[in-house]
Design a protein around this ligand. Structure first.
Ligand SMILES: [Zn+2]
Length: 700
């Protein structure tokens, strides 16, 4: 029975008192951010061995190991737990025979930081006072070649280059720089490369080995796994972001890699665990209870050295997030221009033409949704035209929203667009209203980028707005100085948008976060949004330079749909969902039903059945608000003077205001005189400005 390889449970750790001067930990355990790691227990093999070996019990002095506050101050609770878990595994303080561990946290939980913290701690400290000053001298990190730079960057980010030098192996590296010198305690190397330099590393003693994306060891890197096994250290850690307990074969090979011999071999592992478990999952299994017990038993054993947390733990430590998708009706000028472009012979002919044509048309329509001015300028329409004065509804809304945020809060705002010319317009708003700002786009010199970001995030920063081009700034760009973010337009690729929204909703954010995504009703923007929702992802790479190839995949039908303008829809997406929440006079929640006025809509968009159900599932958790309906209903009831219904509406809108007062300030008429501090959202006459037609909202 493999279980015999597990130890009996330990007694609770008891510090062993040392005679003579009390050894001092490297870092003050009482300092702020200090994290104390557990001591090896009295019955730990090494403590016992030390005591039995011509030493009196007091001589094997133990000293506290304290995580360096330089790192400790950045660790979130689940990361502290993770570091302690890894530490106990590699220090043989857990209930199994082995020194290996598998950290299988979901992406984004900081596996890298947890690993760096462990390595740094082991490089600088040991609990065995007088025996050794550190647990490890050299560490090896093996990862896919594409991640080498990232590891290097992370080490630099958390520890700087003075504390620790890492040897990141590229094609030009000379192994002797590492093997002969003492400058580098850490080597980072790709899986393939490790195989080719195996011979040069024979005499190098690595004291710990970390395999990033270690689940790959089974399939494509069996040879590399053999190389790693040939190193003498038993401290082996696998990092993996994918769930692993679904495939027992893979699980076995990972366990056998980090803790070899724990289970004799795969066939005995399989005999004991896999076959019965697989059988127990069959619907006709008779003795499923017993087998379920066995499965739990396996989990209990593997929990000793496998740790997996989902992104859920991360959200628990972040403040509330409210996300609004705001549908703005295009202005009359925008509508007229939109129709004109769709009717143009150029576009009408493009269905049979090469993709560059409709790509151009798509871009023109997207720009038009942002502002007619962008298209007029490009078309070289003479500027004396009064048309240039037309603001898009989205711009009017941003203007109102910014003013409202400025007036009513001390918060700051990130303003994101995919188009540089649109950023110019947004910058224009900032200038007009004297909103101070930073701007970061493709033309910002690299040297200035970090400077703007750092200045903006500083607590005393007085810049109100950060204008950001969606694709500038790279993955790590952090703008937590702001707690509100406006996405002025939408990208084909959902991950571009998600990345933009994550700029303010991430570690270190302390305020509740508000995200506003703006879309023009009935236009191509809504269609892009629907594609995002249904994860059709057909244009995922549209903006990554593979445009024509991808775009060729549009069917004629899809193209025709993209180029259909649903001028009368306050929210086409909602209509296509077939959601009946607005069959009531005004909505309470997405699922409320009742009698009353039915909104007349024509279903003339195309979203396949599957897509609709996908989107429906996604949007069901959101609250759907037909602002336009509220508005027109309120006006009607005013005529009929039905005070009871009016009060219902007031109560309803005021309830919404709890979600974000600032937003409802700006949806209601923001221009009016506000000398009265007791402004209420809904005046007696329910005055709602006409910029916003529909809102989806979700609060985390
Ligand atoms: Zn609905």
């Amino acid at each position: 029975m493999p279980a015999t390889k597990f130890k009996s449970p330990f007694a609770p750790p008891t510090p062993v008192e040392a005679s003579g001067p009390v050894p001092q930990p490297r870092h003050n355990p009482n300092a702020p951010y200090a994290i104390l790691l557990p001591r090896p227990p009295r019955n730990h093999p090494r403590v016992i061995k030390g005591c039995g070996n011509k030493r009196s019990p007091g001589d094997i002095g133990l000293v506290d190991v304290v995580i360096d506050p330089v790192l400790g101050q950045h660790l979130r609770p689940h990361q502290k737990e993770g570091v302690q878990f890894l530490y106990e595994c590699v220090m043989q303080m857990k209930n199994f025979h082995g020194q290996g561990a598998i950290l299988a946290d979901e992406m984004g939980l900081g596996k890298t930081l947890q690993t760096i913290t462990l390595i740094w701690t082991l490089l600088k400290q040991s609990p065995y006072y007088g025996e050794e000053s550190c647990v490890i001298k050299k560490a090896l990190i093996v990862c896919p070649a594409s991640l080498i730079k990232n590891w290097q960057k992370e080490f630099k980010k958390w520890l700087g280059i003075e504390r620790l030098r890492v040897f990141a192996v590229d094609s030009k590296s000379t192994m002797t720089d590492f093997t002969l010198g003492k400058i580098y305690p850490v080597m980072i190397i790709g899986y393939e490369k490790l195989r080719t330099v195996q011979d040069e590393l024979v005499n190098t003693n690595f004291d710990i080995i970390v395999c990033d994306e270690g689940h790959r060891l089974k399939t494509s890197n069996i040879k590399t796994a053999q190389v790693i096994r040939s190193f003498s250290t038993m401290r082996r850690i696998i990092l993996s972001g994918t769930p692993i307990q679904n495939d027992l074969g893979e699980l076995f090979s990972m366990i056998d890699f980090v803790n070899p011999g724990l289970f004799e071999n795969y066939s005995s592992f399989k005999r004991v665990f896999e076959d019965p478990i697989v059988k127990s999952r069959q619907p006709d299994c008779s003795s499923s209870d017993a087998l379920l017990g066995l499965e739990r038993y396996l989990t209990r054993l593997t929990n000793q050295f496998i740790l997996r947390r989902t992104a859920q733990v991360s959200y628990e430590f972040l403040p509330r997030k409210s996300e609004f998708v705001i549908f703005c009706r295009p202005s009359p000028l925008q509508c007229a221009m939109y129709r004109h472009i769709l009717d143009s012979p150029y576009l009408q002919n493009c269905f049979s033409m090469e993709s560059s044509r409709y790509l151009a048309c798509i871009t023109v329509l997207r720009k038009l949704c942002n502002s007619p001015k962008l298209v007029l300028e490009q078309a070289k329409v003479s500027n004396r035209h009064a048309l240039f004065q037309d603001k898009s509804r989205k711009l009017s809304f941003v203007e109102a929203l910014l003013k409202s945020i400025k007036r009513n809060t001390t918060e700051r705002v990130v303003l994101v667009s995919n188009f540089t010319q649109t950023l110019d317009l947004l910058e224009g708003i900032c200038t007009r209203y004297h909103f101070s700002f930073f701007r970061l786009d493709g033309s910002t010199p690299t040297s200035k980028r970090q400077e703007y970001v750092d200045k903006f995030n500083a607590p005393n920063c007085r810049k109100f707005v950060f204008l950001l081009s969606a694709k500038s700034g790279g993955l790590g760009l952090n703008l937590i100085g702001a707690s509100r973010l406006i996405m002025f337009d939408i990208d084909w690729n959902p991950s571009v948008d998600l990345q933009a929204m994550a700029r303010i909703y991430r570690d270190g954010q302390t305020r509740p976060v508000y995200i506003y995504r703006l879309l023009s009703s009935g236009t191509i923007e809504e269609k892009i949004y629907q594609r995002q929702l249904t994860k059709v992802g057909l244009c995922d790479s549209l903006m990554d330079g593979k445009t024509s190839e991808k775009l060729n995949k549009f069917s004629i039908e899809e193209l025709k749909d993209l180029f259909t303008f649903h001028e009368d829809e306050p929210c086409l997406t909602h209509t296509l969902l077939g959601c009946d929440c607005h069959t009531v006079a005004f909505p309470h929640s997405p699922k409320s039903k009742g009698t009353g006025r039915t909104q007349q809509v024509s279903k003339n968009g195309t979203m396949s059945k599957t897509s609709t159900s996908f989107a429906k599932k996604e949007l069901e958790e959101w609250t759907h608000l037909n602002i336009e309906l509220c508005r027109s209903f309120a006006l009607e009831t005013e005529v009929f003077n039905d005070s009871e219904i009016l009060m219902d509406i007031n109560r309803y809108i005021n309830g919404l205001a709890d979600k974000d007062k600032i937003l409802w300030f700006s949806i209601s008429d923001d221009e009016r005189d506000d000398t009265n501090n007791n402004r209420t959202i809904v005046k007696d006459d329910v005055c709602l400005d006409s910029t916003v037609a529909f809102v989806f909202l979700r609060v985390w």
